[in-house]
Structures are given as C-alpha cells and as structure tokens.
Ligand binder design. Structure first.
Ligand code: CAA
Length: 400
C-alpha cells in the first residue's frame, strides 16, 4: 500500500477543505439549530463538481479514485456530518451503484445529470418494519405489461424531500424474501409517489431525512435497474459504497474531536497547569490519535481494493464499524475534556457527539458488522466474485 497522496488526491482534499470552510462552516451551528441546511449548499457542491467526484469523465464526473472520495468525505465531516451524508447517498449509494449496474441508456439518462449535480439522488431500502433484515422489505412491485406498480413505504431516507431520483427496492413475491427483490429508479413527480421529512432527530439535524410512500406508482420497465431478482445484490453492493463513505467521514469526525480537544486542553487551566498536562486527559487524546490513524488505514485499505474493482464487502464493513465506533468514542471523550462547556453548544463537541451517534446505527448497525466479521473469521461467510463487479476506478483499469 502506498501512503503518499497523489497530486490529484491532495488537490481534491484541499479543494473540499476550502469549500467546506468557506461555504458551510460559518452556518453549521445555525443549520443544526433550525434543523435544515440551505438547499444552496447542495447546488454549490454540484457546481464545484463534488457530486460527481468518482464518476468517470465520460459520464460527466471528475474521475477521481476512492482514496480521493475518502478524503472528500473526511473533509466534509470535519465540518459537518450532514454534508458528508450528501456524498454518501447521492454518490455512494446511488451514482456509484448506477455505474456498476445500470445499462448504458440508463447511465446517460440518470447518472450523467447526477454527476453534474443537475439532479439530486438518493436510495430507499429501509422501511418502517425492515432495517437490519433488509431482505424482509414489504414494498411490493406488481408487473403490469412492461410496467411495474409499486406499493409500500420507506423510512429514514436521507435527502427524501430534496432528491429528484430515488433508487428503490421492492419485492415481486414476498415469500421469496431477498431472491425476489428488484431495483428501480423512481423519479419525483411520478403519480402516487410522495415524500416527507422527519424532524426531531438527535443528530445530523441539519440534514434532510424522511420517508417515501408509494400508492400504486406506475414505474416503466425502462427504469428497472438490473434484472428481476437482482435487487438484493444491487442493494448490498450499493451499501458497500455507502458504508465506505460513512467510515471515511467518521475519520473526519474523529479528527474534529481531536483538534477541538487539543485546543481546549492547551487553553483551559486546572490545578495551575493546562489540563493537557493531566495524564487522564492525555489518555483520551492518545485514544483519539490511535482511533484516527487506525480508522484512516482501514478506510484506505478498502479504497485500494475498490480502486482495483476487487470485492471488498468484508474490508468495507470492518472500516465502517471501526471508524464509526472510534468517532463516537472520540466525540464522547471530547465532551468529557471540555467538561461543562462541552455539554452546551458554545463549543462544537456536543454536536460531534450527537452526529456520531447515528453512524453506528445507519448503513449497518455495529452489531450487524460484528456478526459479519465473526462469520468471515469463522469461515461461515465468504465474499464470492459478483456477476457484475464494481468497475475499477479511473486509471486503475490496467492494474486489475
Ligand atoms: N454485494 C453483492 N451481493 C451480496 C452482498 C454484497 N455486498 N452481500 C450479500 N450479497 C448476496 C449474497 O452473495 C447472497 O447471494 P446468493 O443468494 O446468490 O447466495 C445474497 O446476497 C444474500 O446474502 P446473505 O445471505 O448475506 O443475506 P442475509 O439475509 O444473511 O443478510 C445482512 C445479510 C448482512 C444482514 C444484510 O441484510 C445487511 O447488511 N443488513 C443491513 C442493511 C443495511 O445496512 N441497511 C442500511 C440501508 S441505508 C438506507 O436505506 C438509509 C438511507 O439514508 C438511504
């Protein structure tokens, strides 16, 4: 593994860092309080090319590799989790999945405007009664000629009230569980399709999260992604991309907690010395350093496999689990280091803690990841090559 960043990677890291500092940092506290970011910020991300970072130039993206995508996620989440979530759903769960599974005609129709930021995209798998057990979704698709009629609902969907294109999953025959799932692009404006926003979340309050409802929504066969029965595999490979961006973002949240703690520990005095001189504070800082660097290495390992188009479900799950747990611990310790000041919103660390809490739940709970890791180690679970593998990143095609 090469540890030195390439020129392109440094460039994108600096571009996103500067963008997030300029366009978002001054507003993050206000957006968190009013539970809504300005839609402007997503348009600006699109104009800067950020919504098409890892999409090949032939589809209107910047053609960046997965380390570059990880750096962008880290830099966004350093400033605010809700911005990294935009990359997770628009780029990770949706656009990269279309790149892998959609037909050429569908890529031209859906992926190209998404990479340019002209259309915003999200992903709908989770339902009120099906989260961890993704194969148990109850939304149905009934064939009617070349079309499908969708009925059901989705919940906890990021960008639900913002997105134009929705990659959703439905069952053709619920008795067949995961074997009967089928994937569709549902477009805003289709008759019978509605969305709504959930308010009152503990964290990621600025981000839009909500529901979708399908009441006899007629979806043309041309909007079906992959074959009937391939839906579960498409959903799981999408989640391999989404989890990667969540893990990469968590690296940024850990760094934010560390930097805030270092500033405070060097400034605040107790017993006649800066609190950074106290060994129990040092212990918390040391754990953040280890959490940051170990998480980053796990994310980069997954990125290197993705760059080469090698199946990486195990490595991505490990990176997501470890990095989000490290971020949660770091944010909790950052609040502890700030003492009573950490408990109020004059300092950012209480927001870091609230934002970190969700990431050990969404895109696979920490418990799901522990089961997966144990099953891999025990030999009960093996990642087989996929019928439609994830394409290698631009520039890595010859290395496969
Ligand atoms: N890529 C491609 N195919 C995969 C795959 C992957 N990553 N993982 C599994 N599959 C395939 C398997 O090879 C298997 O294929 P065969 O039937 O041909 O053998 C099939 O899918 C079934 O796999 P499993 O036996 O592993 O299925 P399972 O029922 O045991 O479930 C699970 C496994 C790991 C628990 C899975 O259900 C899971 O990851 N659950 C968590 C779901 C999750 O992370 N949800 C978050 C969604 S994010 C969201 O909706 C919110 C938002 O904001 C957008």
């Amino acid at each position: 593994m090469i540890f030195e960043l390439s020129e392109d990677q440094v460039q994108v890291r600096d571009m996103v860092r500067e963008f997030a500092e300029r366009e978002a940092a001054p507003h993050v506290r206000e957006w968190d309080a009013k539970q809504n970011y300005s839609r402007d910020i997503i348009d600006k991300m699109g104009e800067a090319g950020i919504l098409g970072l890892p999409i090949p130039e032939e589809y209107g993206g910047l053609g960046l590799d997965y380390v570059g995508l990880a750096l962008a996620c880290e830099e966004f989440e350093y400033v605010d989790t809700s911005l990294r979530v935009v990359l997770s759903v628009h780029v990770g769960l949706n656009s990269l999945t279309l790149l892998q599974w959609a037909s050429e005609e569908q890529k031209q129709r859906f992926l190209v405007p998404q990479a340019a930021g002209e259309k915003i995209a999200t992903f709908g798998l989770t339902e009120p009664g099906a989260g961890s057990d993704a194969g148990a979704i109850e939304t149905t698709a009934t064939k009617d000629g070349d079309d499908y009629i969708l009925n059901g609902s989705k919940m906890w969907i990021s960008l639900s009230d913002i997105a134009d294109n929705f990659l959703v999953f439905a069952s053709l025959d619920r008795s067949q569980k995961h074997k009967s799932l089928v994937a569709f692009v549902v477009e805003r404006g289709m008759e019978g399709f509605t969305t709504g926003t959930i308010k009152g979340k503990l964290g990621v309050r600025a981000g839009n999260t909500g529901e979708m409802a399908f009441d006899n929504v007629r979806v043309p066969g041309a909007n079906r992604i992959g074959e009937e029965g391939e839906g579960f595999k498409i959903a799981m490979s999408a989640i391999d991309q989404g989890r990667f961006t969540v893990g990469a973002g968590a690296v940024g949240l850990t760094r934010a907690s560390l930097d805030a703690s270092i500033r405070y520990a060097n400034d605040r005095q107790t017993f006649g010395v800066p609190i950074g001189k106290h060994q129990l504070v040092q212990q918390m800082i040391a754990k953040m350093v280890a959490g940051y660097e170990a998480s980053q290495l796990l994310v980069y390992k997954a990125a290197e496999l993705k760059n080469r188009g090698i199946r990486n479900t195990r490595e991505t799950s490990l990176a997501k689990w470890y990095a989000t747990e490290a971020a949660l611990q770091a944010a909790d310790d950052a609040v502890q280091i700030h003492g009573s000041y950490g408990f109020a919103n004059d300092y950012p660390v209480e927001r870091y803690l609230r934002n970190a809490r969700g990431s050990t739940i969404y895109e696979g709970t920490s418990q799901i990841h522990q089961i997966l890791q144990a099953e891999y180690a025990l030999g009960y679970r093996i990642d087989k090559p996929l019928s439609r593998p994830q394409p290698p990143a631009v520039g890595f095609e010859d290395e496969v």
